[in-house]
Design a protein around this ligand. Structure first.
Ligand SMILES: [Zn+2]
Length: 285
């Protein structure tokens, strides 16, 4: 049985977002300062949040997942813990057995279509046995992010209605469609999304799974709002939030370590709060 919206925290958060027409930031954290800033922003704005880690971070900083889990559980607003772009089957099996994630993106999109579906189905069953919700990518979103296999050599494939049905058939809980969104930075002309496709995917899904939007680097507030209005509940963000923190570090290396940590957290908290207001999730809990 897939986890129901009433028992899985990620699905509960997204169910409420869909019902009331707002989006929830699913924000990548690379370290404990990021986690602190993101959680403080959620509490300060009374907003739900999905905290995301990359599989590479589990290897680079093995203790971070436990800090992230404690932060989620201790927060005064709903915050769930999600593993983004898990592409290694062995790692997924280990994570499911040993780590406190509420949801996992089982990303087999680097495999050929039939194999992608088959592996997704098998791993989804495993996750559901532990009450973990599953996100999958239909079509193929091009580009690469930290620790994720770059699909640049492969052809980007827009999500088709047939694929949506096939993924619903393997009982995933969240779908990340390919609608012209890419991982990494967009060309100078900026993102060009196929909104008709996104709206028709939402109609086809008809509430059976939630929609996650990847590849939001360079998104404007308006474009983000349009995506939410067209059916996106989970708004994956990485550079969109974290760039301000990286910039702060580069410009303030002369400060003391304590000052860098404190002020860096503050900069990221403010930027996260701004995007929570844009997504409409502020003041919802
Ligand atoms: Zn992604």
């Amino acid at each position: 049985m897939p986890p129901s919206g009433t028992s899985n925290k990620t699905l509960q958060i997204l169910e409420a977002a869909e019902q009331h027409g707002y989006g929830v930031l699913a924000a990548i954290a690379y370290n404990v300062e990021h986690i602190t800033a993101l959680v403080r922003a959620a509490e300060s704005r009374r907003s739900p949040l999905i905290l995301q880690l990359f599989p590479s971070t589990l290897v680079q900083l093995p203790s971070l997942v436990y800090a992230a889990s404690a932060a989620c559980k201790g927060a005064s607003v709903p915050i769930s813990l999600h593993l983004d772009h898990a592409q290694d089957e062995n790692q997924i099996r280990k994570v499911v057995e040993t780590m406190p994630f509420d949801s996992i993106m089982v990303d087999m999109s680097h495999h050929e279509h039939h194999e992608n579906l088959q592996k997704t189905q098998e791993l989804t069953k495993l996750c559901h046995q532990k009450g973990i919700a599953v996100e999958a990518e239909s079509g193929r979103i091009n580009g690469g992010e930290d620790g994720i296999a770059d699909t640049g050599e492969l052809e980007a494939l827009f999500t088709s209605p047939e694929e949506v049905e096939e993924f619903l058939g393997v009982e995933i809980d969240l779908l990340a469609p390919s609608i012209g969104n890419i991982h990494g930075d967009y060309p100078p002309a900026g993102p060009k999304l196929d909104f008709d496709r996104l709206r028709s995917i939402r109609e086809q899904i008809n509430g059976r799974v939630k929609i996650a939007l990847h590849g939001t680097n360079d998104f404007s507030p308006e474009l983000t709002k349009d995506c939410i209005a067209a059916g996106t509940a989970k708004v994956n963000v990485n550079k969109l939030l974290l760039e301000c923190w990286s910039k702060f570090l580069k410009e303030n290396a002369h400060l003391s370590i304590v000052q860098i940590i404190d002020q860096g957290i503050e900069v990221l908290q403010k930027e996260t709060e701004r995007w929570m207001v844009i997504c409409g999730s502020a003041g919802r809990c």
